[in-house]
Design a protein around this ligand. Sequence first.
Ligand SMILES: [Zn+2]
Ligand SMILES: [Zn+2]
Length: 195
Amino acid sequence: MKSLDEYLRDAEQAHGHLCAGQVLGVRMAMLGLEKLGIDDPHGNREDRKRLITFVEIDRCATDAIGVVTGCRLGKRALKFRDWGKMAATFVDVTTGKAIRIAARESSKALARTMHPELESRNQQQMLAYREMAEDDLFATRWVKVEMPAEEFPGYKGERIVCAECGEGINFRREIQRNGRVLCRACAGERYYEPL
Ligand SMILES: [Zn+2]
Ligand SMILES: [Zn+2]
């Protein structure tokens, strides 16, 4: 595993700037890997396929988690649950072990008291999140994550065609509705309205 500083450099490059979220994300991912005993997720082929990461927010820290773990959305190794929470779960698919790590709400206030001499909150947090003890920064919990076959990166399944719109659907994301097979949009979960 690289050092915190090395990962922060990588994260800054990938994300476009260095911010408190990067520090939080890098430390969260490093802790997750450490707990699972995965030394280098970018290393050999076996280790690269061991890890799946669930992220619960789409903010700065999410990019940093991707950089450290090597898990990417396009590889199906990064799973996004849009819950607005600064938390992630790291799953070792070879052992089934999984650890969920959440940033403690109290860490923001603690950052202020650690560095009152710094002007901006981002500066306070950026420095404090580097220095803060693990237990002050994060709450960790071993969890069990149900992983059906279609959630794995290498899943090769049948491609289904929606009975309504005719578009193809992968990874068993189709929905049965009154005897018809529909995509999520046609089943009513649309995030857009056709004009
Ligand atoms: Zn940022
Ligand atoms: Zn459809």
